[in-house]
Design a protein around this ligand. Structure first.
Ligand code: PLP
Length: 384
């Protein structure tokens, strides 16, 4: 039996699979079972931000596993304490307490609960954005906009409103006495790489302050340097709650919710068996140190600018718009992008979709200029 048929036989059919078996990775390259190399311009939707096979993360994991792999958070733990201190030290000022979980959707679930617990029973409304994506468990799914994800699971959790992204008037109109929080991405990832407007975000921050509403920013995809700063919100506003996951632990599952002093959550009301386990914390500490030592946010800014400029210079009637921030780039086409994703795959480049017409580029931040040039050339060949 092939690997494909084993997976097809034994797993639920919920992923739109590509017919390739990836078996190993090194740096910005992944390899299939036949040894074919691919430049990874997807990073597992942003997870593999430091690339594949990072030695310092591997060493941290190995050592921590032998020392203590799990430690439920009713006990204190040295690896968790050290990582909590590190995460808070790199977070925007004021976000100085953290809750650990295991994924992006869990971080958003926790943020929704923390907001409700803080603002009280009568304030259950969450204002989110059209094309926003926050995960697929029942709470975060209510915040996610795309009806095709929501409809099979109706009825949704009550109280979620979706306004057009970057539209301050619609945000103002949606606020009422029941509003608990505004929940936004700074750059919409799944929604098509749509970059937030700076004026919108600063006015949204002000509206939240004026109405005593919490601002939650979801940086599950944008966090840890992807957009040119450690957190994208540094270029915008400081939220009351910041959700992170994906790249945080170098490929080991982890999520976190950073909160400011406004947030109050009753003891025992939200917990997680695996949240803050020493193994993930050790990997995360090594990952953040690597990101800092290699100055990956600055690299994302420089290489991202270079890549965007080169893409904008491609003269193709198929391209409608190139947009993005740092190394998070979308190429919107006038037509469906899927055939081009397949052609790029044949050329040894893995890219993602972000909606039907958008090619999404999320390379590891360790990618070299030489590899970026290969990606540009391949895109030119398939799109022109
Ligand atoms: N929030 C954002 C902005 C995301 O991009 C994603 C996943 O792509 C999620 C939340 C959900 O994360 P996870 O798939 O780890 O649950």
């Amino acid at each position: 039996m092939t690997i494909q048929s084993l997976e097809d036989t034994h797993e639920l059919d919920v992923y739109p699979r590509r017919d390739v078996v990836l078996v190993r990775g090194n740096g910005s390259t992944v390899y299939d079972e036949n040894g074919k190399a691919y430049i990874d311009c997807a990073s597992n939707i942003g997870v593999s931000l430091i690339g594949h096979g990072n030695r310092s993360v591997a060493k941290a994991l190995y050592n921590q596993y032998l020392r203590l792999s799990n430690c439920y958070s009713i006990f204190y733990n040295d690896a968790r304490a050290r990582f909590a201190q590190k995460l808070v030290s790199i977070a925007p000022k004021g976000l100085d307490r953290v809750f650990f979980c295991n994924s992006g959707t869990e971080a958003v679930e926790a943020a929704i609960k923390f907001a409700r617990a803080t603002t009280g029973k009568d304030r259950y409304q969450m204002i989110c954005a059209i094309r926003g994506f926050h995960g697929k468990t029942m709470g975060s799914l209510a915040a996610t906009w795309d009806p095709k994800y929501r409809e099979p699971f109706l009825p949704m959790l009550q109280g979620f409103t979706h306004i057009p992204f970057n539209n301050i008037e619609k945000l103002r109109e949606s606020i009422n006495e029941h509003t608990s929080a505004v929940l936004l991405e700074v750059v919409q990832g799944e929604g098509g790489i749509r970059v937030g407007d700076k004026t919108f975000f600063s006015e949204a921050r002000k509206l939240c302050d004026d109405h005593n509403i919490l601002l939650i920013i979801d940086e599950v995809q944008t966090g840890f340097g992807r957009t040119g700063t450690m957190f994208a919100c540094e270029q915008y506003v400081t939220p009351d709650i910041l959700c992170v996951a994906k790249a945080i632990a170098g490929g080991v599952p982890m999520g976190a919710v950073l909160c400011n002093e406004k947030i109050h959550v009753p003891k025992r009301s939200h917990t997680s068996t695996f949240g803050g386990n020493p193994l993930a914390c050790a990997a995360a500490l090594a990952t953040i140190e690597f990101i800092e030592n290699e100055q990956l946010p600055a690299k994302a800014a420089t290489l991202g600018r270079y890549l965007r400029e080169k893409l904008e210079a491609i003269s193709s009637p198929r391209i409608k718009e190139v947009r993005g921030l740092g190394l998070m780039i979308g190429i919107e086409l006038h037509e469906k992008a899927d055939p081009y994703v397949k052609s790029l795959m044949e050329k040894g480049i893995i890219v993602l979709l972000a909606g039907p017409n958008v090619i999404r580029l999320l390379p590891p931040l360790i990618i070299t200029k030489k590899e970026i040039d290969i990606i540009i050339q391949s895109l030119r060949e398939v799109l022109c």
